[in-house]
Design a protein around this ligand. Structure first.
Ligand SMILES: C[S@@+](CC[C@H](N)C(=O)[O-])C[C@H]1O[C@@H](n2cnc3c(N)ncnc32)[C@H](O)[C@@H]1O
Length: 378
């Protein structure tokens, strides 16, 4: 979903003409290739390029072209926003195109991943932290569980509980918050792979006993492999930023980034926080349906979030934000069957107003399969 929002003070071209030019660029890209926008091969490559297997991630190669088309027509765009941030695909692409970014999500795990991406540290520094955690956790002989939560022994074997507890203790003694965030993301993926919940679904479903993690060492090996991969992901990303001259002397991204924990149906600062005279682009993928027909983002995040210090993610997250399985989904747009359907329709309609006009200009008839927005076929 793409939408351009105009701030109040500067006269600009009519939106339709901008949209037409953007659509023309995208149409030209797909000329002669009917299934061009499917990007099937790219979707398969996603696993190696992300820090965590977040549900329903956008395909970066596709969004990159959309952003390039918009920025080509509107080079003066300074800020890109994503009010349903998820794992931060648009954040990463906004950074790679040298723009400021505002993003928000109601899922603490999304905020953790996005902050890790946005404020990532030098790979050598992170590698040293990973090394310390591996050493600390491997020399920890305690069989104590570092944390207790609802139905813990249903979702983790004794070996997994012990291994994850050793990792948690090792991560918590790290001093640097940004390093801890990187380590927590690695921990999240370790939890996902070593819990008793199936990895083939984002819902919590127990897997057969034969597939469960046997002992603590398996967990530590799993973490070491994930951390090694994630170090490469961060290093590649930072190398691209460096090459584009987008890192300052301190090694940080040189544009403003805001990652907010919050409910976009209640408030999204970009609506009133765009500096005068600026154009802002919203590119996002909100959840479109209910729990039965779409993805339960909160459920998918529940097990990892039991092990992670929420205060390391964002001060605004309440302590009890992820107590029950469905807490995050119940607060989300689309996570459960709507209790207040009109609010949901209204939010989608607001975001969709610009988008519908824009989407109608795209060569969607050339794409295979159908396309719908908020249940409306276009
Ligand atoms: C389709 S996912 C976004 C995926 C993202 N584009 C990516 O590439 O990873 C939708 C996101 O909307 C978030 N969400 C759902 N309801 C929300 C709400 N009311 N406020 C903020 N975020 C919400 C979910 O937590 C989820 O991360």
């Amino acid at each position: 979903m793409v939408s351009t929002i105009k701030s109040r003070s500067r006269a600009v071209q009519p939106v339709a003409s901008v949209e037409t030019r953007i659509a023309n660029r995208l149409r030209a890209a797909s000329k002669g290739t009917p299934d061009y926008w499917d990007f099937r091969d790219c979707a398969e490559d996603l696993a190696s390029k992300c820090l965590f297997q977040y549900p329903a991630m956008m395909v970066p190669a596709m969004q990159k072209q959309v952003i390039a088309a918009i920025l080509n027509v509107r080079p003066e765009v300074e800020t890109i926003a994503d009010p349903f941030l998820g794992s931060g695909t648009i954040l990463a692409l906004a950074m790679l195109s040298g723009r400021a970014f505002i993003g928000q999500d109601i899922n603490p795990l999304a905020i953790l991943i996005a902050k890790t991406r946005a404020f990532s540290l030098d790979q050598t520094y992170l590698a040293a932290a990973v090394q310390r955690v591996n050493t600390f956790a491997n020399s920890d002989n305690s069989i104590c569980y570092d944390i207790r939560f609802f139905r813990q022994t249903k979702w983790f074997t004794r070996g997994a509980n012990i291994g994850l507890s050793r990792l948690r203790r090792a991560i918590r003694v790290e001093n640097d918050l940004n390093a801890r965030r990187f380590l927590w993301v690695c921990m999240a993926e370790t939890v996902r792979l070593n819990s008793n919940s199936r990895t083939s679904t984002y819902k919590l479903h127990v897997k057969p006993e034969a597939d469960r993690t046997a002992n603590a060492e398996d967990v530590l090996n799993s973490f070491a492999g994930i951390a090694e991969n994630n170090l490469k992901v961060v290093a590649d990303f930072r190398a691209s930023l460096l090459k584009a001259g987008l890192l300052n002397e301190a090694g940080q991204y040189n544009q403003r980034i805001q990652i907010l924990y919050g409910d976009t149906t209640k408030k999204f600062p970009s609506h009133n926080g765009v500096p005068a005279g600026q154009y802002q682009v919203i590119i996002t993928s909100p959840p479109y349906g209910d729990n039965k027909t779409t993805v339960p983002y909160g459920q998918a995040a529940w097990l990892p979030l039991q092990w992670i210090d929420l205060k390391d993610i964002d001060d605004a997250i309440p302590k009890d934000a992820v107590t029950g399985y469905y807490d995050v989904d119940n607060r989300s747009l689309g996570g459960t069957r709507p209790r207040n359907f009109s609010l949901r329709q209204e939010t989608l309609a607001q975001a969709g107003d610009h988008t519908m006009r824009y989407i109608k200009l795209l060569p969607l008839q050339e794409c295979s399969g159908s396309f719908s927005l908020g249940g409306i076929k276009v």
